[in-house]
Design a protein around this ligand. Structure first.
Ligand code: ZN
Length: 158
């Protein structure tokens, strides 16, 4: 287990586009494991490569249903709408109101570079959209309606 340093908003790495992962290597496997460890340690529900300073298209998510690793993820379908609070480990202690699709279907590769599809609603759909935005250099704060709020330590953050 190794924790990585979470980059905070203002770090230029969070504004850059990520490169696809061409093949699975021990280094990428280790990265995915470290990202999960780092996410759990920070009580987050998702973490993307740039948030640990790695400009590769990889995200990890766990909304309470077990760990998901998404390599080179792409959203195939999105529908519906949900409006709710969103936070980010790269902006600790803050939350804002963001509208996202309520349903998302995505395609990605797992740690064996096997392609799979995943469907999510509510929090999982929100987490997928939020984390994939990071891979294109976007923060949720670009989509926040109204002011950012201070949140207490116990609240969930993506
Ligand atoms: Zn985030």
């Amino acid at each position: 287990m190794a924790l990585r340093t979470i980059r905070i908003q203002g770090d230029p790495v969070l504004t850059k586009n990520c490169r696809p992962i061409a093949e699975m290597t021990p280094k990428i496997k280790e990265l995915a494991e470290d990202m999960l460890d780092t996410m759990y340690e920070a009580n987050g529900v998702g973490l993307a490569g740039p948030q640990v300073g790695i400009l590769k298209r990889i995200v990890v998510i766990d909304v309470g249903e077990g760990p998901i690793v998404m390599i080179n993820p792409v959203i195939l379908e999105a529908s519906g709408e949900q409006t709710g609070d969103e936070g980010c480990l790269s902006l600790p202690g803050k939350a804002g109101t963001v509208t996202r699709p309520n349903y998302v279907k995505a395609r990605a590769f797992d740690l064996n570079m096997e392609e799979y599809e995943i469907e999510g609603t509510e929090l999982l759909a929100r987490a997928i959209c939020h984390e994939l935005d990071h891979l294109d250099g976007h923060m949720y704060t670009e989509k926040v309606v109204g002011p950012l709020r201070e949140v207490t330590y116990e609240e969930d953050e993506d």
